[in-house]
Ligand binder design. Structure first.
Ligand SMILES: Cc1cc2nc3c(=O)[nH]c(=O)nc-3n(C[C@H](O)[C@H](O)[C@H](O)COP(=O)(O)OP(=O)(O)OC[C@H]3O[C@@H](n4cnc5c(N)ncnc54)[C@H](O)[C@@H]3O)c2cc1C
Length: 337
C-alpha cells in the first residue's frame, strides 16, 4: 500500500478540526494550534458562548454536521417586545421579527469536543504558534518556537490577515497575494462580547425578548442568551465604549434597562476579541460597516500550502458555515495520494 503523505493543519478552530476529520484517511495529520485550547473563535465558558452563538436555517453544512455529531439545537428566544435605549429615552417597541436562528445545546464548544473525539489523540499539538513556513527540496518545514516539523502539505486556517502578518514564508508570498490577505477583514475581530448570567430570566416575565438596541452602552446590542438551565443575556460592546470598568458598567446598564430585578446577577463573562492576537489584529480594530464579501482563493508553494478558514469561503464567509464550506472545498484541491 502506498505510504500516506504528511499534512500539517495550522489552527484548531472549527475549520481545522473539520478538515482533519475529512482528510485523516488520506494523510498523516498534525494540527498545530497556538493557543492552549481548541476552538479558536468558538469559546464556551460554563455553557455560555462568548464567541459565535447562532446558526441560521439555510446553513446546511453546519446543521448537518451538528446532526451527524449527535448534538441538539434549540431556537433563539425572541418572544416579546424589545427595548430602545437613548440618552434621553428608554422605550419598549415591537421589533420586526428577526430571521429565525438556532443555538447548540451546551454551547458551540460541543461541536469542537465532538470533532476532537474523531481524531487520533496525538494529532493535536497545543501551544504551537507557527512562526514560519519554508519550502526546501520539495518538502515544507513549519517552524514553531520549539520545533520544526517537516511535511508534504500545509493547510493554514488562520484569518488571512493573521496568516499574512504573523507567519513568514520562504520563498515569500507574492506581494499581490499578501496585500489581498491584509485587506481581508477578520470577521468579528473588532468585537467584545459579554454574557450576563442572572438568577432568573425576569425579562421574559416583563414581556420582553431580551433584545435591546442601546445608544448609551456599554452594550450596544443585547439578546437573550439563556441555556436550558441558566438565565442569561448577552451583548456586544459598543466600539467606542471604554472597557476599563466593563463589569461595573454592564451592571449599571442592566439596572437602568431592567430595574432592580437585574441586580440578581450570578456572573458576568467578558471576552474582548480585539485583544486576542490569535483571532484579530490592529487592522480589525476599527470595525466594519457591513458584512464583507469574502472570496479569496489562495495558495503558495505550488499548491502545497493552501489557505482555508471562514474568511476564504465563497458562501457564508465569516460564519461557521463558511468555515466548513472552505474546508470542504480544499479536500478536492489537495492532490490525490
Ligand atoms: C464574538 C463573535 C461572535 C460571532 N458570532 C457568530 C455567529 O453567531 N454565527 C456564526 O456563524 N459565526 C459567528 N462568528 C464567527 C465564527 O466564530 C467564525 O466564523 C468561526 O469560528 C471561524 O472558524 P475558523 O476555523 O475559520 O477560524 P478560527 O476559529 O479563528 O481558527 C483559527 C485557529 O488558528 C489558531 N492560530 C492563529 N494563529 C496561529 C499561529 N500562528 N499558529 C498556530 N495556530 C494559530 C487560532 O488560535 C485558532 O484556533 C462570531 C465570531 C465572534 C468572535
Amino acid at each position: 500500500m502506498k505510504k500516506k503523505q504528511d499534512l500539517i493543519i495550522i489552527g484548531a478552530g472549527i475549520s481545522g478540526l473539520y478538515a482533519a476529520t475529512l482528510l485523516q484517511e488520506k494523510y498523516n495529520i498534525i494540527i498545530l494550534e497556538a493557543r492552549e485550547r481548541l476552538g479558536g473563535r468558538i469559546l464556551t465558558q460554563k455553557g455560555h458562548d462568548l464567541g459565535p452563538s447562532w446558526i441560521w436555517p439555510h446553513q446546511k453544512n453546519i446543521l448537518s454536521l451538528i446532526d451527524d455529531l449527535g448534538l441538539e439545537i434549540f431556537s433563539q428566544y425572541t418572544h416579546g417586545q424589545a427595548l430602545y435605549d437613548t440618552p434621553s429615552l428608554l422605550q419598549r417597541f415591537d421589533a420586526p421579527p428577526p430571521a429565525p436562528s438556532f443555538r447548540v445545546t451546551g454551547g458551540l464548544i460541543q461541536i469542537i469536543n465532538a470533532l476532537e473525539t474523531k481524531l487520533e489523540k496525538e494529532t493535536i499539538h497545543l501551544n504551537q504558534e507557527v512562526l514560519s513556513i519554508t519550502e526546501e527540496d520539495s518538502s515544507i518545514y513549519v517552524k514553531t518556537p520549539d520545533q520544526t516539523y517537516k511535511t508534504d502539505y500545509v493547510l493554514s486556517t488562520l484569518a488571512p490577515r493573521l496568516a499574512a502578518e504573523h507567519i513568514s514564508y520562504e520563498p515569500a508570498l507574492e506581494a499581490k497575494i499578501k496585500k489581498e490577505m491584509l485587506n481581508t477583514p477578520t470577521w468579528m475581530g473588532h468585537t467584545a462580547k459579554c454574557v450576563i448570567e442572572f438568577k432568573n430570566s425576569f425579562w421574559k416575565d416583563q414581556g420582553l425578548s431580551g433584545f435591546v438596541y442601546s445608544q448609551v452602552g456599554p452594550l450596544a446590542e443585547i439578546h437573550d442568551a439563556s441555556t436550558n438551565d441558566k438565565a442569561a443575556l448577552f451583548g456586544f460592546v459598543q466600539a467606542q465604549a471604554s472597557t476599563d470598568n466593563i463589569i461595573e458598567d454592564v451592571k449599571e446598564q442592566m439596572k437602568r434597562l431592567f430595574g432592580s430585578n437585574a441586580e440578581e446577577i450570578i456572573h458576568i463573562y467578558f471576552t474582548d476579541w480585539r485583544e486576542e492576537r490569535f483571532s484579530s489584529n490592529a487592522l480589525d480594530y476599527k470595525g466594519l460597516s457591513a458584512h464583507p464579501e469574502y472570496s479569496l482563493n489562495l495558495s503558495h508553494f505550488n499548491n502545497k500550502l493552501l489557505f482555508i478558514g471562514t474568511e476564504t469561503a465563497f458562501t457564508d464567509g465569516g460564519y461557521l458555515e463558511g468555515a466548513l464550506t472552505s474546508a470542504k472545498e480544499v479536500v478536492d484541491k489537495l492532490s490525490p495520494v
